[in-house]
Design a protein around this ligand. Structure first.
Ligand SMILES: [Zn+2]
Length: 159
């Protein structure tokens, strides 16, 4: 499942990419651009804009309306409406910045790319083949994991 996310939901776009879903996002997206790319690339629209949501649905496009709330609420709504899994898979995560599939790189290569106190502390590093950014599961991952756990606890048990 692929997504296109409206300009108000940058956090949601970054999350969907980290979770491995092909997600288009731009701060400058116009509604018509979102509708066009949703149709041509078979993407689900994620939006906080009721007008865009209703227009998209009338045109037969798949869309999820996000009520104002926390990122946890947003992910829960998307999971319930689309059936996607909210799980982190190290082998299929995407660059939160540019949506490109990340590649796990050998630790030796990472050591040449990140500060030494980071290189020695972590074992798994990802690199974006497009924008060159390097990622690791730093201290903010505790928060990310607790949000993932909490979303899964709130999903129905048959899910
Ligand atoms: Zn990138």
């Amino acid at each position: 499942m692929k997504f296109v996310v409206d300009a108000m939901l940058g956090d949601v776009a970054r999350w969907l990419r980290i979770l491995g879903y092909d997600t288009l996002y731009s701060k400058d997206f116009k509604d018509w651009e979102i509708e066009r790319v949703a149709r041509s690339e078979d993407r689900v629209i994620i939006t906080r804009d009721v007008g865009l949501y209703r227009r998209a649905r009338r045109k037969g496009l798949r869309a999820v309306l996000i009520e104002p709330g926390s990122i946890e609420d947003d992910l829960l709504t998307i999971a319930l409406r689309t059936g996607i899994e909210i799980r982190f898979k190290p082998s299929r995560t995407r660059c939160p910045h540019c949506n490109t599939e990340l590649v796990i790189i050998p630790k030796a290569e990472a050591l040449s790319l990140v500060p030494s106190h980071i290189g020695t502390r972590y074992d798994t590093f990802w690199k974006c083949p497009k924008c060159g950014r390097v990622y690791w599961q730093g201290s903010h991952w505790r928060t990310i994991n607790s949000i993932i756990d909490s979303v899964n606890r709130r999903l129905p048990s048959t899910y």
